[in-house]
Structures are given as structure tokens and as C-alpha cells.
Design a protein around this ligand. Structure first.
Ligand code: ADP
Ligand code: MG
Length: 309
């Protein structure tokens, strides 16, 4: 089974797609069979980063059942034998009628691809679709820049993802799920209280689900004067959702990145010794180390530990 790493962020334009593309390339270079999957709900563009302007097939062909097997959508990229792309398109994932179970099924197809790692570019934002796809992965990676607005949006994203993760632990249970499905929650406490009304064991389940929530973070476009107070962010996260944040790397703001995008190549290929490329290599090693650790507990198993065994 392939390990799925999802990449999300609160805000667009922070560098998710370029980081996804470069990490995918670097893991392939380190001998992993990698699929870069473009699940960006709003603006799929990973194919463009590789100069593939009009992909022959896209994820839409699979979602709309024009092709039977997900493998048929895979495209080779950058002439690297271990790297393949699953191009996404336009708004299909946002507009397709995809209830939770169907999303889950789609992700199961992903994990059954012949690959070691699937890097899934989820796109920005906190729509249910984006959060669900983000959370269905085995590992979570978030990206933010040091801008105060980006950090704030990251915090919001992580908070809503944590809430959604707790909710999804109950989504398969009918009574609870019905009580929760059409409501908006602003805090974990709200969720736990609502769940507690229908399920007395909810509190324990929720806290187990939250402990298993361990997003990783890459800070992108770091420059001398702009740094994120990562310790502060970790502390907030711990206090608010109980989960842990692991720092995977800091990528400097580097004009080589823009030159690489304009040349339709990952910067690690285009200018391997540029500062951004060096930092991306360090981040890829950190990601590999992360992948070697035991996986997080899936939300559904946290809800019923007997099934997790
Ligand atoms: N470290 C960096 N240094 C300089 N420019 C960057 C860096 N990271 C990203 N960019 C620029 O930001 C643009 C947007 O990045 P992209 O990955 O498309 O963002 P997202 O997927 O989060 O919307 C890129 O095309 C690139 O020009
Ligand atoms: Mg993007």
C-alpha cells in the first residue's frame, strides 16, 4: 500500500504546489516510487509545473468514470522512471457530488496504486472537500509563509482540520453523524459537547482522535527578517487541539524558484545548488525520516480502538 502524504494550507499562493512537485522529485531520486497527485479542489496546476500543458487524461476522467482504472490517468513526468503525475482539473472535485464515502473510496484507489508514496496537493482553504481530502492521508503536511496573514490562516486551517478530524471519527456512526452533519462548529469544545449529547463516550474518543492529529509544517519564502515563531505555533496547537506540530523545514525566498517555474522544471532539477534546492533536499530527508516513523492513528480507528488492532 502506498503512503499518502497530503499537502494543505490555509491560504493560496504560499508555495504548496512547487513544494509538492520538488518533494515528489526528490523522493523519486532517493529511490521511492512516487505519484504526485493533484487533488487541488479549486485550482489544479501541478501538470503545468512540469510543462504538461494539456494532460491527456486527468482525475476527472476517473471521477466521471470515463476510465475504469486510476492507473490509466497516470502520466510519466520529467523523464524520471520513479515519478508519475496524476493530473487534476478545474473544479471537478469541488463541484462533483462527492459524499464522504465516495471521497474515501477515491482515496482507497490512491493507496492501491503501485507506488511507495503519493504526494497529494490538496490546495488551499477550509472547504469540506479540501479538509476531507487533506485528512484522508496517512501524513499531513502544511505549508505557510512567514506573513502574519499566512500564519493566521494556517492556524485557522489546522484548527478546522482538527475539528473535521474529530467529526469524521463519528461520521460513520448514524445517530451521531446525523446530529453533526449540517452544523457549523467553531471550536473543538462545541463538537465534543454536541457529540456528547448523543454518545456518552464521545469525549474520550475525541481526545484520542486529537492526539493522533500530528501535522508537519514547512515554512516557505523565509528571508532574513521574516521568521515564524514556530515554538509559539506549536504551543498554541498543543493547547488548542492537543496535537503536535513537527517542523520539516524552512525554504528560503529564492529567485531561483521563480526561474524554475518559468522553465517548467522543479528547482531541484533546474538549479540544484540554489539555496531553495538545498533546503528542499533537507526537507525531503526530514520527510523520509517522518515516513519511517509509525503512522498516525486514522480518525475512524481512534473512534473504535478495537478495529485499530
Ligand atoms: N521559496 C520561494 N521563493 C521564491 N518564490 C517562490 C517560493 N515558493 C513559491 N514561490 C513562488 O510562488 C508562486 C506560487 O507558488 P504555488 O506553489 O503555485 O502556490 P500554491 O500552490 O500554494 O498556491 C510560484 O509560482 C513561485 O513563483
Ligand atoms: Mg497550488
Amino acid at each position: 500500500m502506498a503512503t499518502i502524504v497530503s499537502i494543505g494550507s490555509g491560504k493560496g499562493g504560499v508555495g504548496k504546489s512547487v513544494i509538492a512537485a520538488n518533494l515528489a522529485m526528490l523522493l523519486a531520486k532517493r529511490g521511492k516510487r512516487v505519484v504526485l497527485a493533484d487533488l487541488d479542489v479549486g485550482g489544479a496546476d501541478a501538470h503545468i509545473l512540469f510543462g504538461l500543458l494539456n494532460p491527456l487524461r486527468t482525475l476527472t476522467d476517473f471521477v466521471e468514470r470515463r476510465v475504469e482504472r486510476l492507473e490509466e490517468v497516470l502520466q510519466p513526468i520529467s523523464a524520471h522512471p520513479f515519478l508519475q503525475l496524476l493530473p487534476g482539473t478545474g473544479d471537478t472535485l469541488a463541484t462533483a457530488n462527492l459524499p464522504y464515502a465516495k471521497k474515501k473510496r477515491l482515496i482507497r484507489h490512491f493507496s492501491q496504486l503501485q507506488a511507495d508514496v503519493i504526494i497529494a496537493d490538496i490546495g488551499a482553504g477550509t472547504s469540506y472537500h479540501a479538509l476531507d481530502f487533506f485528512l484522508m492521508a496517512d501524513r499531513y503536511l502544511t505549508v505557510a509563509t512567514p506573513d502574519p496573514t499566512s500564519v493566521l490562516d494556517l492556524y485557522r486551517f489546522i484548527k478546522l482540520a482538527a475539528i473535521r478530524r474529530v467529526l469524521s471519527a463519528f461520521l460513520s456512526r448514524d445517530a451521531v453523524s446525523e446530529a453533526l452533519s449540517d452544523r457549523d462548529f467553531s471550536s473543538i469544545d462545541d463538537v465534543i459537547q454536541a457529540v456528547g449529547e448523543t454518545d456518552p463516550n464521545a469525549k474520550e474518543t475525541a481526545s484520542r482522535t486529537l492526539q493522533g492529529f500530528q501535522p508537519n509544517l514547512i515554512v516557505n519564502r523565509v528571508s532574513g527578517k521574516s521568521r515564524v515563531n514556530v515554538l509559539q505555533l506549536k504551543k498554541l496547537l498543543k493547547e488548542y487541539v492537543g496535537g503536535d506540530l513537527t517542523m520539516l523545514g524552512e525554504i528560503p525566498d529564492d529567485p531561483a524558484m521563480t526561474r524554475a517555474v518559468r522553465s517548467y522544471l522543479p528547482v531541484v532539477e533546474f538549479e540544484p545548488t540554489a539555496p531553495a534546492s538545498v533546503a528542499l533536499n533537507t526537507a525531503a530527508d526530514a520527510l523520509l525520516a517522518e515516513l519511517a516513523r509509525p503512522a498516525m492513528i486514522p480518525a475512524e480507528s481512534a473512534a473504535s480502538p478495537e478495529r485499530a488492532a
